[in-house]
Design a protein around this ligand. Structure first.
Ligand code: AMP
Length: 403
């Protein structure tokens, strides 16, 4: 089955064309920093995967997707000459609320429910919905599936997903922890089990998705039992532009002091905080590491805070599980930054997570799943390349095949 996977983020678009039968990737597209002056989009086709760049300055994520559809039809390197050759579309959707507990075929009813839960992930869900609408119009006969980041976390027990608020907020508004990045945590856990040559059912894992957004999950016997993201993807770790967990009283304090509206406060917490908020320069960890090397004290502080919060989250999940066999690092920072991994695990050796500095820092190992702890580390440390697109393609194939 030929599946177009669309992973629309707040400021990025990742897309792949995947032939699920042969597990082949035929096209990769990446648009980054969309909506900023540095926006860029590249498309590459198999077998060479030579990237061709497109000017997407001033584009929205949805317009980047429209451009990609044009390229798919018009580029002589493209394996398809018409969009009709695509059998199904798999969309990554961050928040599924309590309504969507598994991957779902998008019909009018499902589209209506998607609209109702947009506010659960205000940076992501509306963008994904716009992309779904564009695809429904451009490819009306192609089945579309939504694969939800929250679905993996539906196994959390009430003690993990309930907030200590008046019960009526759960009963009336379904306010509870939903988590996110579920597709990535599930995949990272399975890949780690493969690396450890053990069944996922026998393992206690702490999976760390550290990218522009970030979350950590306690995966016990293959099931998510707790995760740092909450009712929305704002809770938990310090992120690129999101504050993560802060004292909730700060929000009303600032609103009163500066007369901020709800929308303005939302924007501050989601778009102006986190690494960007502390450095006042960039939300991108690579830039921040460079600035820290050049002696920028705020960049150094941002890295210190980031590392400390990751360490505390790993520690809390060590406490939440009855056993911990491995910590798994994935996504942009987790996969690529040996330096940050070293900083994080420097502080966790006393818990039995002992990094092997050489294995951590192997040149050219980027993209290779591997164990980076010393041989007799009581808790192993793994690096896993997240492949959300492949997982989304598989889930889409499973659902559409049953039609
Ligand atoms: P993602 O959201 O998974 O694409 O991850 C994006 C984040 O990963 C950004 O903050 C990047 O700066 C960061 N990142 C990617 N490569 C590296 C690297 N080699 N060193 C440090 N951070 C990186």
């Amino acid at each position: 089955m030929l599946v177009l996977v669309v992973n629309a983020g707040s400021s990025s678009l990742k897309s792949q064309l995947i032939e699920t039968d042969g597990k082949l990737c035929l096209m990769k597209c990446l648009a980054q920093k969309v909506g900023t002056p540095e926006a860029s989009m590249s498309v590459a086709f198999s077998p060479e995967f030579q990237k061709v760049k497109y000017n997407v300055a001033g584009f929205t994520v949805e317009q980047c997707l429209a451009k990609l559809l044009d390229v798919l039809v018009e580029d002589p390197e493209s394996p398809i000459g018409s969009l009709d050759q695509i059998d199904a579309i798999g969309n990554r959707v961050v928040a599924g609320g309590e309504y969507f507990t598994r991957a779902t075929l998008i019909d009018d009813e499902a589209r209506g429910h998607l609209a109702e839960i947009e506010e659960l992930a205000p940076l992501h869900n509306p963008v994904a919905d716009q992309c779904i609408d564009l695809l429904r119009e451009a490819m009306p006969n192609t089945p579309q599936v939504a694969v939800f980041d929250t679905a993996f976390h539906q196994t959390m027990p009430p003690k993990a997903y309930m907030y200590p608020l008046p019960m009526r907020y759960y009963n009336d508004y379904h306010i509870r922890r939903y988590g996110a990045h579920g597709t990535s945590h599930r995949y990272a856990a399975q890949q780690a089990a493969n690396l450890l040559r053990r069944s996922l059912r026998d393992l206690g894992l702490i999976t760390c998705h550290l990218g522009n957004g970030g979350s950590i999950t306690a995966v016990n016997h293959g099931k998510s039992i707790d995760t740092t993201m909450g009712f929305t993807p704002l809770e938990g770790l310090m992120m690129g532009t999101r504050s993560g967990s802060i004292d909730p009283a700060i929000i009303t304090y600032i609103m009163r002091k500066e007369g901020k509206t709800f929308d303005e406060m939302d924007h501050i917490l989601n778009n102006e905080s986190g690494i960007l908020g502390i450095t006042n320069e960039s939300s991108d960890m690579r830039d921040v590491l460079e600035s820290a090397d050049a002696g920028d004290e705020e960049a150094e502080l941002a890295i210190d805070m980031y590392v400390y919060r990751v360490q505390k989250a790993i520690g809390s999940y060590y406490a939440a599980m009855t056993r911990t066999d491995a910590v798994v690092m994935t996504a942009g920072i987790g996969e690529n930054s040996a330096r940050l991994r070293e900083r994080i695990f420097e502080g966790l050796a006393h818990m039995g997570m002992i990094l092997d500095k050489q294995r951590n820092d192997v040149e050219g190992a980027i993209g290779v799943n591997r164990i980076i702890s010393i041989d007799d580390s009581p808790i192993k440390i793994c690096v896993v390349t997240t492949d959300e697109e492949v997982r989304i393609a598989r889930e889409t194939d499973n659902l559409v095949s049953q039609l």
